[in-house]
Design a protein around this ligand. Structure first.
Ligand code: GAR
Length: 212
């Protein structure tokens, strides 16, 4: 059984989608811990309710990022993960942390990377006049939101969309994409080849939500 640790900062809907799919589909894996950078995150309650161990590494308790990263790495390493998943984790991790989990850390980001790295992705996509938006699951590298892409989900922008309506539709796709990517990882169906990720069964690495 592969051991999955999920890092969160808030609501945790991606974490619950992952946990529930893992159980329902009987993956050769289980969530062994959910670690939050914020105390009181809704995700912690959701994890505990599913019998998953939880921990908090409160980002506000550390003077600088190195100290926070070192504390977080200690907590995560004690859980002996095969895979670390950043699911709504709102802290930037330093190069040392990323190197420790290289090739075994995935992030879900709410844009079609490489467009709109960072924050406020939906408003920026609307402001840029994009006609599609979406989300990306990628391996984490030291460069923020730039690692090899596992899967992308595309949703059309609709007239009258605001950041909230668009975020809700993108989130629904994230809840499909993230479990898909993690399942591929735990079943050894992904190979990183430079900046590309190959799905070894040839499965489509995109989800197109919304018809022609
Ligand atoms: C998701 O939309 C995720 O893509 C985004 O935060 C949301 C978390 O929702 N992540 C980032 O913006 C990371 N830079 P959740 O807590 O309900 O899964």
């Amino acid at each position: 059984m592969k051991r999955i640790v999920v890092l969160v900062s808030g609501r945790g809907s991606n974490m619950t989608a992952l946990a529930d799919r893992c159980t329902a589909e009987g993956w050769p894996a289980r969530l062994v811990g959910v670690v939050s950078s914020r105390p009181g995150a809704v995700a912690l309650e959701a994890a505990a309710g599913r019998g998953i161990a939880t921990a908090v590494v409160d980002a506000r308790g550390y003077a600088d990022r190195r100290d926070f990263d070192a504390a977080l790495a200690g907590v995560v390493e004690r859980l002996e993960p095969d895979l670390v998943v950043l699911a709504g984790f709102m802290r930037i991790l330093g190069a040392d942390f990323v190197a420790r989990f290289a090739g075994r850390m995935l992030n879900v980001h709410p844009s079609l990377l490489p467009s709109f790295t960072g924050l406020h992705t939906h408003q920026r996509a609307i402001d840029a006049g994009c006609t599609v938006a979406g989300a990306t699951v990628h391996f984490v590298t030291a460069e923020l939101d730039h690692g090899p892409i596992v899967v992308q989900g595309v949703v059309p922008l609709r007239p009258g969309d605001d950041a909230a309506t668009l975020a809700a539709r993108v989130l629904a796709v994230e809840h499909v994409m993230l479990p898909l990517a993690v399942r591929w990882f735990v079943e050894d169906r992904l190979r990183i080849e430079g900046q590309r990720v190959r799905q070894l069964d040839g499965a489509a690495q995109q989800i197109l939500a919304g018809g022609l």
